[in-house]
Design a protein around this ligand. Structure first.
Ligand code: TXA
Ligand code: MG
Length: 542
């Protein structure tokens, strides 16, 4: 069979020709916003049989019906709950498939023998035009050979289907990249059978409670039934075995870097690609951009076939938004072989001035740790963080100059004469800092992270930490150090020391204390290094 490729953009008879293929019982590749589908007349048993044959798909795995709008629901389903129409109004056309009771007109061949049927209205103008023109619901599974990654371009679909189908409509690359979300509305509460292009959170906003089928997150035991029959198959599997690494992006990157051989392939977020130079890699997109990850996940899984990689490591996004669908596709490709990367150990480091905090921070860096200097981060955020800038402007008026810089003098005059205003400023800073700290902690591949903050305890930043360490030292040693470091008089150094919290405060509020009684900074740095080594070893044991 010769497979015709249609280009409706340049050929104005393409829609009619494509619709005619469907009406005559043929097989047609159709573009949708999620993935390309392998379409046929859903009401024609023979046509539907040919879908199963072309894909090599097990007969018990039902197909979904593609319709041009919610007004077709009543034709193929019965006992439709009103909420189905609410969902259709919100999310159709779009990546949502609803499972509803089947009318007899829909053959059991199409539904894999089930009394229910999945229906969706795809968001692609060409496919909607073709379905309307054909006047029949189109049964369409993803257009891949069974077990292969779903195709997100016409070329990918041709790789699997050339010569096996009558035609394919080239509608460009798919904008979403993972298949539709499937929600079963025949049970209470509704059940998510497959995460997909519509985030679970969007469904929950309409439906309230939604249960998530077990097969979404884990491998089913032998004999256990998947509610969506397709979820039981090991899908999208590249030839080399895949290991999915969960955890923060930084932690999963570090894990992979530590376990890689030169024959490993890596699926990673863009930011971490330089860590894996020399290996075959496929980028998923930026760690924070789950739509990009959805668009690239199937490409990523195809990349490694035809290479000689012996294993594949994949960084996995968290489950929020499209992350649930991206993670599910990766985990299915891995046969649910998932490793959780160890979280970094987070140590808040504080103490009065002159005690030797800096030497402790250097020790942490010596261990490959990452130091987050809260003061420096606050100053970065003053330049670049819209949330903080807005909060400061709301509280203190226009404290930024025309070119966007903070007017330090103006803010200083406002807060330093007035303790209440100073408290207000600090409250704002410490409300915004954690967001940026958390972002940087999640991005860092370091096994141990130090949060360097003078006000660690008072600000509440200690809540972000596993341990809180105070570096203390005898007062006379501190005075000597401050005088040498800052070139100030004995008298002034004493004033500064007196203005600070006493040792008892730190002893009460911190989990760990390091006393710096060493005459030389190098000696204390060594003490600190041993201390952090022990903390890290204990943390990794857990
Ligand atoms: O985005 C999509 O949904 C794409 C495009 C082409 O529309 N289609 C797609 O179809 O992904 P397919 O066949 O690859 O996946 C449909 C899934 C299968 O896992 C199947 O088992 C499940 O939906 N399914 C279909 N009808 C069902 C039913 N009545 N009850 C439970 N699960 C059903
Ligand atoms: Mg599929």
């Amino acid at each position: 069979m010769k497979t015709i490729v249609f280009h409706p953009e340049t050929d104005n008879t393409a829609i009619q020709q494509a619709a005619a293929i469907l009406r005559h019982g043929g097989l047609l590749g159709i573009p949708t916003e999620t993935v390309y589908g392998l379409g046929a007349n859903a009401l024609d048993e023979t046509a539907v049989l040919h879908i199963f044959e072309a894909k090599g798909r097990p007969q018990d795995n039902p197909l979904i019906l593609h319709v041009p709008g919610a007004d077709w629901l009543e034709l193929y389903c019965h006992d439709i709950p009103p909420v189905a129409y609410t969902l259709a109004e919100r999310f159709w056309p779009g990546p949502l498939t609803m499972i509803l009771p089947r009318r007899d007109i829909v053959p059991l061949r199409t539904t894999g023998g089930l009394e229910t049927v999945g229906v969706r209205c795809p968001n692609h103008p060409m496919t909607l035009a073709i379905i309307r023109e054909a006047g029949i619901p189109v049964a369409a599974p993803s257009g891949n050979t069974s077990g292969r990654p779903s195709p997100t371009t016409a070329r990918h679909m041709l790789e699997d289907m050339d010569g096996k189908i009558n035609g394919i409509v080239d509608g460009g690359p798919c904008s979403v990249g993972v298949e539709s979300t499937i929600i079963d509305l025949t049970v209470t509460p509704p059940r998510l059978l497959r995460p997909g292009g519509l985030p679970l959170e969007a469904l929950e906003a309409v439906l309230g409670t939604v249960t998530v089928d077990k097969a979404v997150r884990q491998k089913l035991a032998d004999g256990e039934q998947a509610k969506a029959p397709g979820m039981k198959y090991r899908h999208y599997a590249p030839k080399a075995p895949v290991t999915v690494i969960t955890g923060t992006p930084g932690a999963s990157a570090a894990y992979i870097a530590a376990h890689l051989t030169k024959h490993s392939g890596v699926i990673c977020f863009d930011e971490y690609a330089p860590l894996f130079e020399g290996n075959i890699i496929h980028r998923l997109g930026p760690a924070g951009d789950k739509l990009a990850q959805a668009q690239h996940v199937f490409d990523a899984l195809r990349t490694f076939d035809g290479t000689d990689v012996t294993e594949i490591f994949a960084q996995c996004p968290d489950e929020g938004g499209l992350g649930l669908a991206v993670g599910n596709r990766l985990k299915k490709a891995a046969g649910f072989h998932v490793v959780e990367a160890p979280r970094p150990l987070i140590v808040g480091i504080t103490g009065p001035t002159g005690a030797g905090k800096t030497s402790a921070l250097r020790a942490l860096e010596q261990l490959g740790g990452c130091v987050l200097d809260c003061d420096a981060i606050y100053h970065d955020m003053l330049r670049s963080d819209d949330g903080l800038r807005r909060a400061l402007t709301d509280a203190f008026g226009s404290v930024f100059t025309a070119d966007g810089q903070l007017d330090r003098q103006k803010l200083g005059t406002l807060v330093f004469g007035d303790p209440q205003q100073l408290v207000r400023l600090n409250t704002i800073i410490y409300a915004h800092l954690p967001r940026e700290l958390e972002r940087r902690m999640a991005a860092s591949p370091a096994p141990i992270i130090g949060i360097d903050a003078i006000n660690l305890v008072e600000s509440g930043l200690s809540k972000l930490c596993d341990r809180t360490l105070a570096v203390l030292a005898p007062v006379e040693d501190r005075i000597r150090r401050i005088m040498a470091r800052d070139g100030i008089s004995d008298e002034y150094a004493r004033l500064r020391v007196a203005a600070q919290k006493d040792d008892a405060f730190y002893r009460t509020h911190c989990t760990d204390i390091l006393e710096n009684t060493s005459p030389a900074p190098e000696a204390f740095q060594k003490t600190a290094l041993l201390f952090f080594q022990r903390l890290l070893a204990d943390h990794l044991k857990k």
